[in-house]
Design a protein around this ligand. Structure first.
Ligand code: ADP
Ligand code: MG
Length: 378
């Protein structure tokens, strides 16, 4: 992809260019934990956004999206925001860098990617992180630290794209490392790398292509439940709660709130269990916790849906080591940890059964845990 982008760049802008990339991400376990002060456990994947860039000596950015075959030109002042959504990601990253005291001058860019859009792999974070990293290298002597690069991406979503996201996606895209997952403590923002060297296994996502649009803000309702229980317990977030504490106030809260809190408390422990297991190379325990997360999301947190439950059941029937819904819920993908020798059987079975029931096949996305934002040097 590097040579292709540089060739297009030369054709469009007539000069050589330097290429940067950043990655989409998966989250192995730790769902709905971020706003409860808990842990998430993401990793960057081998699906990238790549951008060929050259400084152009003006105060304008000229950007060409090779995938969309669209061109945009914009200045670097707040009033210069482009109308196109894809260009707003780049503009936002420029603006957020400048707001933090960084330098950004005019540049030309040609970019493309293979992170599936809107599949829950965070193509937007990959796009932001590629440019945040590039601007840091091109104009700021790499003086902006990596956490700030992730925050530049997050603020871009908040301030220029209308998406009120947490820090996980951009964090994973910037900090990602080959064969490593990263446990991020969403309360302290401390993080730790854990080996994910899954020899003999594959990680595969099955995208159901289903998205249930729900009218009654289920996400906000889940947050409210968690906040109510935390308040009843006298703790800041459920991070500080245990099942014993929860049982102590059982008669003061609704069964629904109890279930929600039980899921969150269990999920915190499951992330820790998976990290321990990975250090021992114990993938059976990793898989077991993935299934338990799915069950919790389905039965206690009630954010799954019939299609994702069905994919999870198929995984179980096929003897897949671990499987769960990935992301906030109500559609999207399952993430599956599957032994290599079972892979073909699992994929064929999932496609056939899902198609029979829902009239279309799930989209298969193989992923390998890979490096995050970097300069591409052959
Ligand atoms: P995701 O869950 O994949 O992050 P989003 O809706 O947050 O989905 O972001 C997708 C948006 O990011 C696209 O609509 C587009 O504006 C931008 N984008 C992502 N990848 C590309 C690409 N390869 N080329 C152009 N724009 C892209
Ligand atoms: Mg996104």
């Amino acid at each position: 992809m590097k040579e292709k982008l540089q060739a297009i760049f030369k054709e469009k802008f007539g000069t050589d260019s330097v290429v940067y990339a950043s990655a989409g991400r998966i989250n192995l376990i730790g769902e709905h934990t971020d706003y409860n002060g808990g842990f998430v456990f993401p990793g960057a994947i081998d699906k990238y956004i790549m951008a060929a860039i050259n400084i152009n000596g003006t105060d304008k950015v000229r950007a060409y999206s090779a995938d969309l075959d669209k061109f945009a030109e914009f200045g670097l002042n707040e009033a210069d925001a482009p109308a196109e959504q894809w260009a707003r990601y780049i503009f936002g990253v420029c603006r957020e860098t400048i707001k933090r005291g960084g330098t950004v001058k005019g540049f030309d860019t040609v970019f493309a990617g293979n992170v599936p859009l809107g599949a829950g792999l965070s193509s937007s974070a990959a796009l932001e992180s590629a440019f945040a990293f590039a601007l840091n290298d091109l104009f700021n002597d790499n003086k902006i630290d990596k956490f700030e690069l992730a925050k530049i991406g997050q603020s871009t979503e908040h301030n220029y794209c209308g998406v009120n996201c947490g820090i996980m996606d951009q964090f994973a895209s910037v900090f990602g490392k080959k064969n490593c997952l990263i446990r991020l403590d969403c309360r302290s923002l401390e993080y730790e790398y854990f080996p994910f060297d899954a020899k003999g296994y594959k990680l595969v996502l099955l995208d159901s292509k289903v998205k249930h649009e729900l009218v009654d803000s289920p996400y906000n309702k889940r947050r409210e439940s968690c906040e109510r229980v935390a308040k009843a317990l006298g703790v800041e977030t459920l991070r500080d709660a245990s099942i014993e504490m929860l049982n102590g106030i059982k008669d003061q809260i609704s069964q629904e709130d109890y279930n929600r809190a039980e899921y969150v408390i269990d999920e915190k422990q499951r992330v820790l269990d998976v990290c321990d297991a990975l250090q021992k190379g114990d993938f059976e325990t990793v898989g077991d916790r993935m299934y338990k997360t799915h069950e919790g999301m389905s039965k206690l947190y009630e954010v799954s849906c019939v299609e994702l439950d069905y994919l999870n059941d198929i995984a179980k029937e096929c003897g897949v080591t671990g499987s769960r819904i990935m992301g906030g819920g109500f559609g999207g993908c399952t993430i599956n940890l599957v032994k290599e020798e079972l892979y073909d059987h699992f994929i064929a079975t999932a496609k056939a059964k899902f198609n029979e029931k829902y009239g279309h096949e799930p989209v298969v996305i193989d992923v390998i845990i890979s490096d995050g934002a970097h300069k591409v040097v052959d």
